[in-house]
Design a binder for this molecule. Structure first.
Ligand SMILES: CC(C)(COP(=O)(O)OP(=O)(O)OC[C@H]1O[C@@H](n2cnc3c(N)ncnc32)[C@H](O)[C@@H]1OP(=O)(O)O)[C@@H](O)C(=O)NCCC(=O)NCCS
Length: 396
């Protein structure tokens, strides 16, 4: 099998659902912008060289519906010959898109592909506009459709993750993100054109464009006391709050993937190659444990151990599940814990569902390059009861 090289990995800022800077920007605009930018940032690459674009999206309907992968390939100015598809594995959709796009290169079907992710949680709410659970199944299996927040409560209760630990973890997420932002560490973030509607003197609204450069969910003012004062959101007696949950967010991300032949032809320097990928199922009502199962499986396939990994991006869907997974994997210990989400995670930076897998890949791979880290792991839990994990190797 051939290697698949990721040569460019970028993202838009992640901005708060409804209240944030991208709330009036259509998802097609975000995705087509980041696809266009990924190509123009890759030396010598022309749009006609990209054979297929796989786009992860968790709720591919309404404005991000039909086949948003194909639609945005055309909006972004790829030739009609460049195809596009939409991939859904909920919170792992963006990673799944990168892996599927890589596999096409690995088996020799394509020389150059894009793996991307998109979610505007403002335009399409989590759960979709018209959820229709299958009644014959829900009678005996309501868990498949349970709120993600309840699954986070279940993990906290079943595995004894305290409120205090969740709030401390959330606090650290915001602090790490604020430091990273202030020190220009988010090199994977591309200033992105955004839309706003500005009220005019006559009461009408004028559409204007501005550039959004930063993730706007980071709360520098977060304190442990402030977090401790928040009421639980999903269960009156629970411990999961707006402060220790991932934020609902809008964003897009993209990675350019190539064969070794194409890398040589263009003379580009790849960031990393995909080493292994694993998905594992678990009980839907505790879907947050997914990374604790998927990471060992992906590592075993790669012939690596937890300690061999220099950086981890473990999606912070909820502090309870992230903490449980770190504990299970021995990643909560000194010497390991410093490798996890070094610039903060979804509690501070947001979790734009279908985009997240592609967003975290952009963060991880650029951090691996900056720090000279040989192996990195990206992982997340997935609604419906699954975990996904991928191992990447830096190309020196
Ligand atoms: C938990 C959840 C319902 C909260 O939604 P929300 O009310 O829109 O959340 P917000 O981020 O706007 O926070 C609400 C309030 O909580 C308080 N708050 C949030 N984070 C805080 C922090 N770090 N410190 C202090 N207060 C905080 C603030 O008062 C905030 O209001 P403000 O924005 O006006 O200041 C939502 O974030 C959610 O559903 N998260 C999980 C998403 C999910 O399930 N994803 C899939 C995972 S598998």
């Amino acid at each position: 099998m051939r290697d698949a090289y990721i040569v460019t990995a970028i993202r838009t800022p992640g901005c708060r659902r409804n209240k944030g800077a991208l709330a009036d920007t259509r998802p097609e605009a975000l995705l087509s912008f980041i696809l266009d930018k990924a190509v123009s940032m890759t030396n010598g690459l022309a749009k006609k060289d990209v054979e297929d674009i796989m786009v992860g999206c968790s709720f591919p309907e309404a404005e991000q519906g039909l086949n948003v992968g194909r639609i945005c390939s055309q909006i972004a100015g790829f030739p009609k010959e460049t195809t596009g598809a939409t991939v859904n594995r909920f919170c792992a959709s963006g990673l799944e898109a990168i892996v599927e796009a890589s596999m096409r290169v690995m088996v020799g079907f394509s020389e150059c592909t894009i793996g991307a992710g998109l979610e505007s949680m403002t335009f399409v709410p989590m759960g979709g506009n018209l959820p229709r659970p299958y009644p014959d199944w829900t009678k005996n299996h309501p868990d498949m459709y349970v709120s993600m927040g309840i699954t986070a409560e279940n993990v906290a209760t079943r595995y004894n993750v305290s409120r205090q630990d969740q709030d401390e973890f959330a606090y650290q997420s915001h602090m790490k993100a604020a430091v990273a932002r202030d020190n220009g560490k988010f090199i994977e973030v591309i200033p992105t054109p955004a839309t706003k509607f500005v009220e005019q003197a006559d009461g009408t609204f004028k559409k204007e464009t501005f550039i959004q450069s930063v993730d706007d969910g980071i709360r520098d003012t977060t304190t442990i006391e402030g977090l401790a004062s928040l009421r639980p959101v999903f269960s009156a007696t629970g411990s999961v709050t707006a402060g220790n949950s991932s934020q609902t967010t809008d964003g897009a991300a993209a990675s350019i993937i190539m064969s070794g032949d194409m890398v040589k032809k263009l003379g580009v320097k790849p960031l990393a190659r995909l080493v292994s990928y694993a998905t594992v199922g678990c009980e839907p009502d505790e879907m947050g444990i997914g990374p604790a199962l998927a990471i060992p499986k992906a590592l075993a396939k790669a012939g690596l151990k937890v300690e061999d990994i220099g950086l981890y991006e473990i999606n912070e869907a909820f502090a309870s599940q992230a903490l449980y997974c770190m504990r299970e994997l021995g990643l909560d210990k000194p010497g390991q814990v410093e490798k996890i989400n070094i610039h903060g995670g979804a509690i501070a930076l947001g979790h734009p569902l279908g985009c997240t897998g592609a967003k975290l890949a952009a963060t991880l791979l650029n951090n691996m390059r900056t720090k000279g880290v040989k192996y990195g792991v990206e992982s997340m839990c997935i609604g419906g009861g699954m975990g996904a994990a991928a191992v990447f190797e830096l190309v020196e």
